[in-house]
Design a protein around this ligand. Structure first.
Ligand SMILES: Cc1cc2nc3c(=O)[nH]c(=O)nc-3n(C[C@H](O)[C@H](O)[C@H](O)COP(=O)(O)OP(=O)(O)OC[C@H]3O[C@@H](n4cnc5c(N)ncnc54)[C@H](O)[C@@H]3O)c2cc1C
Length: 289
């Protein structure tokens, strides 16, 4: 397929996944997948990356949209953040995705940025991963050899590193039918176009007055977004009182491994994890009642 040359870059606009795979294989590590470009084009400009062949997903229509399935929903990787915000099924069944999406970037960023790009960039402060973790999402990866499905907790492998192999494309993100009441708490330095300093998603399922299932995930406070292990052991089978919430907040703080940067010190971020975890659990439990 012939691409369009722009400066030192060649941009290809395949209309099928098969054509996209062929270009990715032909150019190997010199090719990058271009979705909205809100991360990639910045990285190329500041020379954090140096691929010369960009495979745009813009014309592969099967990658865009939210589809209800027997078990939940399938979200095409090239679905934009604004598509998510305007999706009826996401609004009704997965409001935590709306909470996370509406604080991301600006309207311009949400118009072009995609869910696939948000997870595939594997930037620690990305907003959707913590929510996808507590919702039990799975990532569908496609290549010329077929498809494989990876639980989102195995997708992230380090700062800007994922399990996506050369020649693979994130095709969709699957969410199971909702259970519990997921919520998202993020702390940032200003509204609009700022990244999370620390973020926590929680998803508590109540059975009457007792906790039946509990998940907490952290963002922006470790090299990868991560589930906090051990939360169920503290909360499950108990009524959710302040002491137990405090215990989980301490556990989450210990699980975090933040860095110090311009947006906040490691110590500040650890303290934020405790506060955001407490808020998220309380709000999730309230939403269950
Ligand atoms: C001003 C500004 C503000 C921002 N604010 C936020 C914010 O508040 N919260 C936040 O989380 N992010 C924010 N971002 C980051 C970015 O907008 C989001 O992460 C966005 O979702 C990225 O999606 P994209 O489609 O633009 O990805 P792209 O830039 O196109 O791609 C990002 C990476 O993912 C890869 N990729 C994309 N799609 C696929 C796919 N289907 N399969 C495999 N690999 C793929 C690309 O090769 C690239 O490595 C901001 C960015 C800017 C510039």
């Amino acid at each position: 397929m012939i691409g369009t040359c722009l400066g030192g870059l060649t941009v290809y606009k395949p209309t099928t996944l098969e054509d996209a795979f062929a270009i990715l294989i032909e150019h190997g590590s010199d090719a990058a997948i271009l979705a909205g470009g809100t991360d990639l084009l910045v990285d190329l400009r500041v020379q954090r990356r140096d691929e010369h062949h960009l495979v745009s997903l813009a014309n592969i229509t099967e990658l865009r949209g939210v589809t209800e399935t027997e078990n939940g929903v399938s979200i095409g990787a090239a679905t934009t953040l604004n598509d998510l915000l305007h999706s009826d099924v996401i609004q009704q069944n997965y409001p935590a995705i709306i909470e996370a999406t509406q604080v991301m970037g600006s309207n311009q960023i949400r118009n072009t940025g995609t869910i696939g790009g948000n997870i595939a960039s594997a930037v620690p402060s990305a907003d959707l991963p913590p929510v996808l973790l507590v919702l039990g999402a799975e990532v569908v990866l496609a290549s010329k050899d077929g498809e494989r499905t990876v639980p989102i907790c195995e997708f992230f492998q380090g700062v800007r590193k994922t399990c996506v192999a050369i020649g693979e494309i994130v095709k969709s993100i699957s969410l199971p039918n909702p259970s519990g009441s997921a919520v998202y708490e993020r702390f940032d330095l200003r509204q609009g176009n700022s990244l999370a300093v620390a973020a926590v998603a929680a998803n508590i399922t109540m059975d009457g007055d007792t906790v039946a299932d509990a998940k907490v995930a952290l963002g922006a406070v470790a090299p990868t977004p991560e589930i906090v292990e051990g939360v169920n052991a503290i909360l499950c089978g108990n009524t959710c009182n302040d002491n137990l919430v405090h215990e989980v907040a301490q556990l989450a703080t210990q699980a975090s491994n933040p860095i110090t940067d311009l947006r906040g010190s490691a110590q500040y971020r650890r303290e934020l994890v405790g506060i955001l975890t407490t808020r998220a659990i309380k709000r999730s439990v309230e939403a269950e009642q």
